[in-house]
Design a protein around this ligand. Structure first.
Ligand SMILES: O=C(O)CCC(=O)C(=O)O
Ligand SMILES: [Fe+2]
Length: 289
């Protein structure tokens, strides 16, 4: 893999952001972004524990969801306070995925502001993600294809980003938003997955308060290096082509995949993997590999 750095700023004007990052679909790291909020000192585990400690939360771990099942059932449930105590005191791969602030902790809405960067934020869906020091989120891109700001709190996090043109080098599985699960992007096995050598992307390290602009449709692999949590602020696609592609992803691709999975079960899953591998081999062949 060929990993570069993203541009890093501490502040940016709307014009600069629009012209050099947003319109060009180029990721950007804004250091210390959240420190501009009046309530920045409340963005920590203690605050969440105090306000939402009694809530039961669904938890996931590092294992991929069972591809032959249609629902992504959580591995367990815990009270938020027990979950936070667990990840703070011992190594854990337990994660909270897509905790919708508007529904579950609306009080948090007054503790941040949306930046004026010319992004049309979808204010119904600010979401939180949590992870222990062993947690990672498998390579995927988001079906809604929207641009988003990913703001991180507490311990460090490492993120790998790739644009859609890299899909074949990453071993994308057809009719899905993920890649072959056996591919390890942290310790690539080039013998088994040779196309990976040509995958070109970005490596980003995030610290407390940093914000990462992730352009719509970008692949992301997120690794919690220490216990932490993040908030994603999404914008819906505003270009007709991207919007149409989003409708395809949400309404057609997912159901076609579900139906084929129902009909053919593990056969379909294996067929997709083979197909993914062959597509990547063809991409590799272009490099004479
Ligand atoms: O970092 C995480 O836990 C997942 C975040 C993510 O995939 C997203 O915001 O789209
Ligand atoms: Fe995501």
């Amino acid at each position: 893999m060929i990993l570069g750095n993203v541009d890093v700023v501490t502040d940016i004007s709307k014009e600069d952001f629009q012209n050099n990052y947003f319109k060009k679909h180029k990721p950007l790291l804004i250091k210390n972004f959240a420190s501009r909020w009046d309530a920045f000192d409340q963005w920590n585990f203690d605050f969440i524990r105090e306000k939402a400690g009694g809530q039961e939360v669904p938890l996931y771990d590092n294992k991929p969801a069972d591809a032959t099942k249609s629902s992504d059932a959580p591995v367990t449930h815990m009270k938020m306070e027990d979950y936070i105590d667990t990840i703070r005191t011992k190594p854990s791969d337990l994660r909270i995925f897509f905790y919708i602030i508007t529904d579950r902790l609306p009080e948090l809405l007054k503790n941040f502001t949306y930046p004026d960067l010319g992004m049309k934020f979808f204010k119904r869906l600010p979401t939180l993600f949590f992870g222990g020091s062993e947690a990672h989120v498998l390579m995927h891109y988001d079906v809604d294809l929207g641009d988003f700001l990913h703001i991180h709190f507490e311990g460090k996090k490492r993120i790998l980003l790739f644009d859609q043109k890299q899909s074949a080098y990453l071993y994308k599985v057809p009719l899905s938003v993920h890649t072959i699960y056996e591919v390890n992007y942290e310790n690539p096995d080039y013998e088994k997955f040779p196309a990976l050598k040509y995958a070109q992307g970005y490596e980003i390290f995030m610290e407390h308060g940093d914000a990462l602009f992730i352009p719509g449709g970008f692949w992301h692999f997120n690794r919690y290096l220490e216990p932490g949590f993040s908030m994603s602020l999404r914008a819906l696609p505003n270009k007709p082509v991207v919007f149409a592609n989003m409708l395809y992803h949400v309404f057609i691709m997912r159901y076609t995949d579900k139906l084929l999975r129902k009909l053919f079960k593990v056969k379909w899953v294996n067929y997709k993997q083979k197909w993914a591998y062959e597509k990547s081999s063809r991409a590799l062949a272009k490099h004479g590999g």
